[in-house]
Write a protein that binds this ligand. Structure first.
Ligand code: B12
Ligand code: SF4
Length: 490
């Protein structure tokens, strides 16, 4: 074996699609290439030891915002104990502003952008000569038909236990300045027939949860319809063995044909991640996000009323020009549309993204280390931003968890943002904790809060007990990989 592909995933359940693409496209070097994944939080020495156990000549690391800090330590140690091993970096976190990065200094080579074609070529040169002179190589972006699809490289174990990421297109035609995909020139589709054939064989092997990483699934409606039809056919053929599909949507583009397709899906089968980011037109203009707010709101309302899709809608706090008040307005507007989950994100400064052009005017201050979260801006000072960060965490625990279905509307009343902010401030003042609050303690705290706001203890406890009694996993939490496991075991 000569080449090892490796990365630290965010969790064990996330399998790296990027590395599987590289492996699929290694050509004659494929036989000499292995893939080994780790999970963030693993011990650096153990990772290095396990990498070196393969005795590789080249190690290719996939570097992302969630692993750059730990990967830097891994590579620093690897180069100390085995300086002869060539380290090649790639991935979105090292594709821009790489000159200043510690990890890039430690590595031998860096491929920016797409690695499918350039990684095997570079490996060939390292192994067989002539030795590549340049350290940094811009990844070649070949015609999509020349990229081999990697889906057969998902092992049975991956299918049983992990999220199966799939990709019908790469890139995004939009230019939202906070997003790395804004740097893509457009979106490039893979040939649909070949892609669906791969989905067919994954399904035949037991895959039941398909998570599309396409930035905008509803860009080309004809393609979206064909992909949805693939899943509808599976659901119709086997209603007792359901399949789940997850797509990212732009909210203001839902033509009737797509709505018709969506409305055919039974409960739990379809999950949508929908980016609103901001409902504030001035902010949208500032960050070059083109969005018809009325259409977006109408479509979310339509999805709530007429489909069984599980909706997870994203908002970002901390954008230039967004005050707490305007964010609150957007939050309340979204809450009124009744999506299943509101993902309350805090702005991050991703390397390469154009958002920094607003730094001076809007006083944007970001954390210097990954994930580069915003700390303050002209309109939101540091303590207020911290309150928003805690709001986001508690919102996940209380609202997005789906555990307080009956209590939440009471807690939020007629002003969702303002009331949850008051609860969040109170919870922090009374627990001093943001991450680890055991469910029982959280329930007790919510009850205490409601009582402090004037509710009877018996009423508060009964309300919370009704949530416990009726607690069911939400569709988004449906442990589909476990279903896959059961099916494979059957
Ligand atoms: C799946 C995913 C996740 C998963 C994690 C997956 C995992 N493996 O652990 C989850 C859901 C946890 C996640 C979380 C987050 N994510 Co995310 N995520 C993605 C997503 C949707 C798909 C990645 C993928 O498979 N792409 C398809 C493959 C083919 O592309 P690729 O990974 O880029 O790989 C290609 C190249 O990069 C390169 N390459 C990759 N590895 C290597 C290695 C070598 C050696 C070489 C040469 C080349 C190379 O070649 C590959 C093929 O061309 C992307 C968006 C997207 N569509 O890419 C965002 C994306 C990677 N995430 C992003 C962000 C910002 C986040 C969050 C910070 C979001 C947030 N606001 O909280 C969090 C961070 C979580 C944390 N713990 O800190 C950014 C990345 C920024 C960065 N610099 O890394 C992306 C690009 C989204 C965006 N448009 O802005 N994410
Ligand atoms: S936020 Fe969504 S629509 Fe905007 S550039 Fe990123 S992927 Fe494209």
């Amino acid at each position: 074996m000569s080449i090892l592909l490796t990365t630290l995933n965010a969790r064990y359940t996330h399998a790296s699609l990027g590395l599987r693409y590289l492996l699929a496209n290694m050509g004659e070097l494929q036989e000499r290439t292995r893939l080994q994944e780790f999970v963030i939080g693993a011990k650096t020495t153990e990772i290095v030891e396990r990498i070196l156990a393969h005795a590789p000549r080249i190690v290719g690391f996939g570097i992302y915002i969630w692993n750059v800090e730990e990967s830097t330590k891994v590579i620093a140690m690897l180069k100390r104990v085995a300086p002869h091993v060539m380290v090649v970096l790639g991935g979105p976190e090292v594709s821009y502003e790489s000159n200043e990065q510690e990890i890039v200094k430690l590595a031998d080579y860096l491929i920016t952008g797409w690695g499918d074609v350039t990684f095997p070529k570079l490996c060939g040169e390292i192994l067989n000569g002539p030795k590549p002179l340049m350290k940094v190589h811009a990844g070649v972006q070949p015609p999509m038909a020349e990229i081999k699809l990697p889906y057969s490289l998902y092992t049975d174990d991956d299918i049983k236990n992990r999220t199966i990421y799939v990709e019908a297109s790469r890139g995004c035609p939009f230019k939202c300045e906070f997003c790395l995909s804004a740097l893509d020139k457009t979106a490039w589709p893979f040939a649909l027939e070949g892609f669906l054939a791969e989905m067919e064989s994954l399904h035949a092997r037991g895959a039941r949860l398909f998570k599309f990483v396409d930035r905008t699934f509803n860009l080309n409606i004809k393609t979206s319809l064909k992909i949805m039809q693939f899943f509808l056919d599976k659901l119709e053929a086997n209603p007792d063995d359901p399949v789940y599909a997850h797509f990212e949507l732009v909210p203001d583009h839902l033509p009737d044909a797509l709505k018709e397709g969506i409305s055919k899906f039974p409960p739990g089968a379809l999950q949508f991640e929908i980016g609103i980011q901001s409902f504030n037109p001035a902010v949208q203009t500032l960050v070059s996000r083109k969005q018809d707010n009325q259409k977006a709101a109408d479509n979310i309302r339509w999805l709530t009323d007429h489909s069984n899709a599980h909706m997870h809608v994203d908002l970002i706090a901390g954008l230039p020009g967004e005050t707490v008040e305007s964010f609150a307005e957007g939050f309340n507007k979204l809450w009124a549309l009744d999506p299943h989950e509101i993902q309350f994100g805090i702005l991050k400064r991703l390397r390469g993204t154009p958002i920094i052009r607003h730094t001076q005017e809007f006083g944007l201050v970001f954390e210097p280390y990954a994930p580069y979260t915003i700390l303050a801006n002209r309109d939101i000072d540091f303590p207020t931003m911290q309150r928003l960060v805690r709001f986001a965490r508690y919102w996940d625990l209380v609202a997005n968890s789906g555990r307080f279905g009956n209590t939440l509307p009471v807690l939020l009343g007629d002003a969702a943002f303002e009331h949850f902010m008051a609860f969040s401030d109170w919870l922090y003042a009374n627990t001093d904790a943001t991450h680890r609050i055991a469910l029982e303690r959280l329930v007790a705290m919510v009850s205490r809060y409601l009582q402090e706001r004037g509710m009877d203890k018996a009423d508060a406890d009964a309300l919370l007990a009704s949530d416990y009694a009726g607690a069911k996993p939400k569709p988004a939490e449906t442990p589909a990989p476990k279903r896959q496991a059961r099916r494979l075991a059957a």
